[in-house]
Design a protein around this ligand. Sequence first.
Ligand code: SF4
Length: 403
Amino acid sequence: MPVFNLIDPTLATIAEKVAAGTRLSREDGIALYASNDLLGIGQMADFARRRINGDRVYFMVNRHINPTNICRNRCKFCAFARNADEPGAYEMTLDEVANAAAEGAADGAYEIHIVSGLHPDWSYEFYIDMVARTRAAVPDHVIVQAFTAVEIEHMAIISKKTTREVLSDLKDAGLDALPGGGAEIFSDRTRVAAWDKKTKGDVWLRIHGEAHELGIATNCTMLYGHIETTDERIDHLILLREQQDKTGGFLAFIPLAFHAANTELEDLPATTGFDDLKTLAIARLMLDNIPHVKAFWIMVGLKIAQIATAFGVDDIDGTVVEERITHMAGATTPEALSKDDLVTMITEGGRVPVERDTLYRIVKMYAEESAAPAWHAGEIGAPPLVGVAKGTVATGGHSAATE
Ligand code: SF4
């Protein structure tokens, strides 16, 4: 049994559960947030991470494309969106999207990641064509991960189709996976206060469940550090966990630290390093059925992302190019990192850097590991029902993996 050096004795019962692999309750999650024993929580999260993912820390080479910032919603927390006649508004043509995707693939990206505003004039066919053109512009091994549940709901409204039909059409056009954005915090209180026109929590969860049932893998997120309470964060995590129990297609959970600059909520302070690490660690402890927890370095910064690999995180995202959404909200991180940067960040923490694709198939391992992690080897935990291939990526007839 592992021994955790806890400063806060109230965490002892939770530590016993973590050691035994027992699911944590809502009350446990609330108790974790109430505790200041960051190192104790981090040790438990690190243990939970190691059980699932061994010494691997994943990263990927991807290309973000944000085809327009023109959006009809204008959420209060969003620094990215513009009206069409506002300075800074932009929209890309399908040629420009396809060219950016082709350029990304030529640079070695294994994922084209497309997220946009809700352009009031784009037709349903335009979205379907965007996926088809992107799919045609990149080799088969490149995953097209596109459109949040908010965009899927928007497409359902403009096409008068169901969200399931929209997902099915997008899949037929070449969509492989959905990103996890747009979940924010599922509490209706916060939604009404800060993003009243945006997709409701139950609809967001339903859309992801439908995607899973159609064989489309997805990620999930939580926007934290704005007007939500820590109890609302725990409720959010539990709703994700319950959805995963039902449809099992979430690959990774990504907490997104709120950036207030240039938004209507810009008086709010930035999240602290303490809160970022605690949130990542608590996510690892609560989400026992989601294989990966990712620190999105664009949002939490490089230093916190690196330290987070000792606090339950097994993924530090990728070499992102042309990320606009967080940078328009004041993120001071670079827009891209080289592979060498990421490998160095991971190696310094004593972990094994693993380059992956969207589905966590291995592209390349950068060091030897003593044994395949238990989850990856099928020894513990049920894998998600869809989306995760535990093998390697085939790139045009040869395996890109070293194992
Ligand atoms: S958060 Fe998304 S839906 Fe809301 S205004 Fe920004 S781009 Fe539009």
